[in-house]
Ligand binder design. Structure first.
Ligand code: PGA
Ligand code: ZN
Length: 399
């Protein structure tokens, strides 16, 4: 049984406070995990409270329902207790940040009791054979960097990599090649929140550079390295006017669909996340009809790891892929249920980090445990490499 739950404020990668949880068990098990945090958050995500408030509320309401009451290894029971303690349908009671930190820490404590690696505890004895392709953010802007591209993320996608380590190194090589190409063009730049380069160039130039960088690396490594996007279009959408704003340019919804479809054709994009507003299932369906046979059309802000929203999408044919962020929904149980619903309906799950991260590696294990075909967790930077290096260790059987 859970014997203690400790909560504290720690730093995230943006220098903001976030919630860290320790879960201890009577049999000596221990697990520790921290909540990540978004910047371009979806409107329908579970609610993140200020960490101090989330911690105080969880101490009062959640911890008494866990300590001496549930087994850390029984994830559904732990997460049901968190939901019961919260009492709302969006975790606005104890905060999704407290909930997800406790949920993930309990999973690690459960694995520790078993003496098994986390991916095996979560996925079962037969998991760990397939590895997710890492999508690595190499150029970005949007809400993650001021005065950079309108499209939030340009993601290297080493789809032909023979193993996860080669894929991880290929993404880092694309990141470096982009830096060289920017340098050649005399474009100075810093980095955005996820470690991607954040140059002050227009999106068209970013496409040129990322295409060239992926081709250079592809030649070097000898396997296919494509790229994809997170448009984060809800951040560009002006609901009052019904247009997508790219600085001074604007596109109607039909023009946006056309634009994305053309980009898929021109650059052979393997992945397009949030190409349209988070309320527009219909246009997602239209775009999916057009390009869904040759690229992933992934809903992040659209689905927010929520099975109800995913069900609506499945009914309407909106997208063919779902981004999975445990903190969008608050527990690992709900994140797993979203993965299962997706897979049963032919949607590819993509396990994802947030722009605000910690050294926590849970999502690397989650991706392996669920057999997810992709994981999106950056290309460089300590809080990103924590996950990438953990994938390399899992593949190397070195945990
Ligand atoms: P966020 O960005 O963590 O700031 O929401 C990541 C994403 O949009 O995928
Ligand atoms: Zn996104």
């Amino acid at each position: 049984l859970v014997s203690d739950v400790r909560l504290r404020r720690v730093l995230d990668s943006r220098g903001n406070p976030t919630v860290e949880a320790d879960v201890l068990t009577e049999s000596g098990g221990f697990g520790r995990a921290a909540a990540p945090s978004g910047a371009s958050t979806g409107e329908y995500e579970a609610v993140e409270l200020p960490p101090g408030e989330a911690i105080a509320n969880a101490r009062e309401d959640a911890i008494p329902r866990l300590v001496g009451q549930v087994y850390a290894g029984n994830q559904r029971e732990v997460d049901a207790a968190l939901n019961a303690a919260d009492g709302t349908d969006d975790f606005s009671g104890i905060g999704a940040n407290s909930a997800v930190a406790i949920s993930m820490a309990a999973a690690k404590a459960g694995a520790d009791v078993l003496g098994a690696p986390l991916f095996q505890h979560l996925g079962g004895a037969f998991r760990g054979e397939n590895f997710p392709v890492p999508l690595g953010n190499v150029v970005g802007g949007g809400e993650h960097a001021a005065d950079a591209t309108h499209i939030q993320e340009f993601l290297a996608a080493p789809v032909g990599a023979p193993n996860v380590a080669d894929a991880v190194f290929a993404n880092a090589a694309v990141h470096e090649a982009v830096a060289d190409l920017l340098d050649e063009r005399g474009v100075p730049c810093g980095k955005g929140d996820e470690g991607a380069w954040a140059p002050s160039i227009d999106d068209a130039e970013a496409f040129e550079i990322v295409e060239e960088a992926t081709e250079l690396v592809e030649d070097e490594v000898g396997f296919e390295v494509g790229f994809g996007l997170d448009v984060a279009a809800a951040e560009l959408y002006d609901a009052d006017e019904g247009v997508y704003r790219y600085g001074d340019d604007e596109r109607t919804t039909d023009e946006q669909i056309e634009y994305i479809a053309e980009l898929v054709d021109e650059y052979d994009l393997v992945y397009v996340e949030d190409p349209l507003d988070e309320d527009d299932y219909e246009s997602y369906a239209t775009l999916t009809d057009r390009v869904g046979h040759r690229t992933l059309v992934c809903g992040d802000d659209l689905f927010v790891t929520n099975t109800e929203r995913l069900s609506t999408g499945i009914e309407l044919g909106a997208g063919n892929s779902i981004l999975i962020k445990p903190n969008q929904i608050g527990t690992l149980t709900d994140a797993f249920d979203a993965v299962e619903l997706a897979v049963r309906n032919g949607y590819d799950p993509v396990i994802s980090h947030r722009s605000g991260e910690t050294e926590d590696t849970t999502i690397a294990h989650l991706a392996v445990a669920t057999d997810a075909p992709f994981i999106k967790t950056g290309a460089v930077g300590g809080e990103r490499t924590a996950k990438l290096n953990e994938l390399i260790r899992i593949a190397d059987d070195a945990l």
